[in-house]
Design a protein around this ligand. Structure first.
Ligand code: ATP
Ligand code: MG
Length: 604
């Protein structure tokens, strides 16, 4: 069971290089608190020096007592005893001081990194976020930040102190005694560390396998319970139990292997230490016998060894945790290296506030190169006017809004606001000028008030209430027991589709921007509410540059221009009356919708 498989060691080089890079990228965050770091290091060295001096004093004590049998020389041992106590105490004192001083460094480094990653994630493109699973992202950040804490504490509280201690002990051994003692210590430590790292690398794979089997077993149990009814329909309880048991069997095998390998690791470590200690004691004993060394010396050497090997006991665990922490941090920093697809040009202008005209100039666009979404889209919305876009589902209407908002860059042509290419404007100023009521509204899991106020976080209560009224939300809110303070649930799921849409309208109105985009802003409303809100929207659009996207043609009749989009091309354009007169696609859609409306009894 304990034999290592041939695949034991992963190539150390690339791994080690990665680890160093990760550590290096972490350094600036810690080094920002230079004073504290240096102080903590001083405490660390002080504590270890005190710790190493304890056995030395102990040796002097023993030698002092041994050399003066019968004679009552009380002074020497008393001073030494005092020193002994002080040294022991200062070891603990300095260790605690170090923790007190350093705790803040760790926490603040974690805070700064978490914040930076969070900012960066918000700066990444919509494309990135659509492709990633949000749950996975937050887990990466959470694990990464937690690992920074453990990495710093393992390094600072375990590895570095042990290294300092090894250095001090070997130094003392070299200065005081024959070089053979330092050599034996060094050889034992090298053997111990190599063995531990090697076995731990192998065990990591074992542990991962055991964890995977564990997850698989619980996934099987959950899936089986989720299918409770199906299991009953087919009388398959025994079959399910058998399948679960099979999975548990595999997991137990892996667990046992894991346990055996741990014991193997411990036995091997103990053997190496025993060998080292025996060799040292052998050397010391022969020298005591020949009079080269005192009894105190042999006690000192023994104490050193024990002091060194105790921290080493945790080496396996610490090494494994350290590797895990480095992997997690690397993943998190990987997010930081994710490029921003949309970035401000270095000489980007801020769009001046005030009325804005919009021009799409022969715009061509595709989300992925294989499939074209828009071609040669060319239109203008003069400042203060309304242009409507209609067309079949998937024809590219919402894409127009996304491009104007600069969630994506156009591949051909240009989009201009007041004559400026949107690529030459700062994203912040461009987006501040645009209010969007999106096709699908997602709300924050907070109160109605919070969600409406989100349109302009510094807006007062009156402004929020006015916006709610304009969006026909006031009756609904008045009926709620908690009114504006009602919580809307995760993503707003406790509201109906129409209510969510009205919240979105309210917050866009509250933002009060010169440009408005309504993407099917009233599609989820019944015709009565839609009519009521339509008036409000038209009033809101007055004096603003507005792009309206709609399925229901009756809502866009008054637009100054209507574009009919088909497979990413404008196939017809004109006013409502003009398009009807043309008797083309628009006229067909209009007739169809009029018939439907006549057949359907008016919805309440
Ligand atoms: N992020 C994306 N990646 C790849 N393809 C996309 C992406 N978003 C949209 N599409 C595709 O682009 C096409 C146009 O989408 P768009 O949302 O603009 O359609 P639409 O005209 O608004 O349709 P609807 O009336 O159903 O809202 C669709 O076929 C859609 O599948
Ligand atoms: Mg759409």
């Amino acid at each position: 069971m304990r034999r290592a498989p041939a695949t034991a060691l992963p190539g150390p080089d690339p791994v080690v290089r990665h680890d160093w890079e990760t550590l290096r990228s972490l350094l600036p965050y810690v080094w920002a608190y230079k004073g504290r770091v240096l102080f903590a290091l001083a405490c660390l060295i002080g504590a270890k020096a005190a710790n190493v001096t304890v056995p030395v004093v102990f040796k002097l004590l023993i030698d002092g007592l041994a050399l003066t049998p019968g004679q009552a020389v009380i002074v020497v041992p008393a001073a030494l005893l005092l020193a002994y106590g002080v040294l022991r105490f200062s070891t603990s004192l300095l260790t605690e001081l170090r923790e007190i001083v350093f705790a803040r460094v760790t926490q603040q480094a974690v805070q700064r990194i978490a914040l930076q990653v969070f900012r960066h994630l918000h700066a990444l493109s919509l494309r990135f976020h659509l492709e990633r699973q949000t749950g996975g992202l937050t887990r990466d950040i959470e694990r990464g930040t937690r690992s920074i804490g453990s990495l710093i504490s393992y390094t600072l509280y375990s590895i570095l102190p042990t290294l300092v201690e090894i250095g001090l002990v070997i130094g003392i051994l070299l200065m005081q005694y024959d070089a053979v003692f330092a050599l034996i210590t060094l050889a034992t430590l090298t053997a111990y560390i190599t063995f531990t790292v090697w076995v731990t690398n192998w065990r990591t794979a074992l542990r991962r396998h055991a964890n995977e089997l564990d997850s698989a077993a619980s996934a099987r149990a959950i899936d089986s319970l989720l299918n409770f009814e199906t299991v009953k329909y087919f009388n398959n309880e025994e079959y399910e139990a058998h399948r679960y048991d099979e999975q548990l069997d595999k997991w137990i095998q892996a667990q046992l292997k894991n346990q055996y390998s741990l014991s193997g690791l411990n036995i091997g470590q103990a053997a190496i230490i025993a060998l080292g200690v025996t060799a040292m004691m052998w050397q010391a004993a022969t020298r005591v016998a020949s009079g080269e060394m005192t009894i105190g010396d042999i006690v000192l050497v023994n104490a050193f060894l024990i002091q060194l090997y105790i921290p080493l006991n945790f080496l396996g665990v610490i090494y494994r945790e350290l590797r895990q922490a480095l992997t997690d941090i690397e993943r998190m920093f990987g997010l930081m290296h994710e490029n921003k697809e949309i970035a401000d040009a270095t000489d980007a202008l801020a769009l001046p506030p005030g009325p804005a005209s919009i021009r799409f100039e022969a715009v061509g666009f595709s989300y992925d190169p294989q499939r074209r979404i828009l071609s040669g889209v060319d239109f203008e919305i003069p400042a203060g006017r309304t242009v409507a876009v209609v067309g079949h589902s998937g024809s590219g209407k919402s894409t127009l809004g996304r491009l104007l908002f600069r969630f994506y860059e156009v591949q051909e042509g240009a989009i201009r606001v007041n004559g400026h290419d949107v690529r030459a404007l700062t994203q912040a100023s461009l987006r501040a000028a645009i209010g969007i009521v999106p096709q699908d509204t997602v709300l924050f899991n907070d109160t109605l008030f919070y969600n409406i106020q989100y349109g302009r976080p510094d807006a007062g209560r009156d402004a929020v209430e006015a916006a709610a009224r304009a969006a026909q939300l006031d009756d609904f809110i008045a009926r709620l027991p908690q009114g504006f303070e009602t919580r809307v649930g995760e993503r707003g799921l406790k509201l109906s589709g129409g209510e969510k849409q009205r919240v979105a309208i309210a917050r866009a109105l509250l933002k009060n921007p010169p440009i408005l985009i309504f993407d099917e802003a009233t599609s989820a409303l019944d015709s009565k509410t839609e009519k009521a809100i339509q008036a409000q929207l038209e009033q809101a659009a007055e004096g603003r540059t507005t792009l309206v996207i709609a399925h229901r043609l009756s809502t866009v009749m008054n637009a100054s221009e209507i574009l009919v989009l088909d497979q990413g091309r404008i196939v017809e354009r004109g006013t409502h009356a003009g398009l009807l007169a043309r008797n083309g696609e628009y006229a067909r859609m209009w007739t169809l919708q009029q018939q439907e409306a006549a057949q359907e009894p008016e919805r309440a």
